[in-house]
Design a protein around this ligand. Sequence first.
Ligand SMILES: [Zn+2]
Length: 281
Amino acid sequence: MLDDHFHVDPYHGLFLDAVRQFHRAGGTHLMVVYKTARDYGFRGGSAEDFMKAMDFHVELVERINRETDVKAFAVVGVHPAEFVHLAEQRGIEYARNEVMKALEYAQKLCLEGKAVAIGEIGRPHYEVSADVWEASIELMKYGMSLAKEADCAVQLHTESFDEAKFRELGGYVREVGIKPYRVVKHFSPPLVKVAEEVGVFPSIIASRKNIKEAIEQGNRFMMETDYIDDRRRPGAVLGPKTVPRRTKAFLQNGLFTEEDVYRIHVENPEKVYGIEIEVEP
Ligand SMILES: [Zn+2]
């Protein structure tokens, strides 16, 4: 039982307790995604800050692996909101340079086996100037090209998505030349067929409605909560138990077959991230 997009925050959230809640509900594997340098207590003003925050993130993931029964994998990058913030403070040129250096460090962590994907990178989900928007897309493509070079995955954060936007993203995937199953659209709507057509792998928010719509089109997707682990924003997203709970419920009411569950929780993540998932009998 794998949650494909889960954050932990030892300062503002429950951290290991959230992971243990996930485990008690039947969860076994987590893609733990970097939050922001600021969330981790760094300034977020330079490449060096981002790199320190990524190291901090890798340590959090190591702690999960040491101190809980959940197997966690790290996803590291620079959140698009961090680029926007830095560009507004210090100008686009400076911000672009720093973020590029930081993304190269994320690639290094993937090559060293400390992380399995670069993310979440992409473009902001709120209105920004045309220049910042263009630069965000350039950085997203740069992150994708780094992932291609390292043969690792990317997790993309974007504004809310529809079919036309999937097609736009498919254009970037082809332009960069990254393998289609390495590009994960985090917070994806249940457009399973469109995503497959354009060469993007959907990670779908595990609401009942979404998953029902998704499975009607096939099982080429992963499930996520985007749990943010922030006590200041309770209920802002789905709770840590949602993915295993909903998976079990869907299996029980016949919306998922055993094969669907195996595909969604084992085969799909193994292929996307190039990892091995041990299944307990
Ligand atoms: Zn997230």
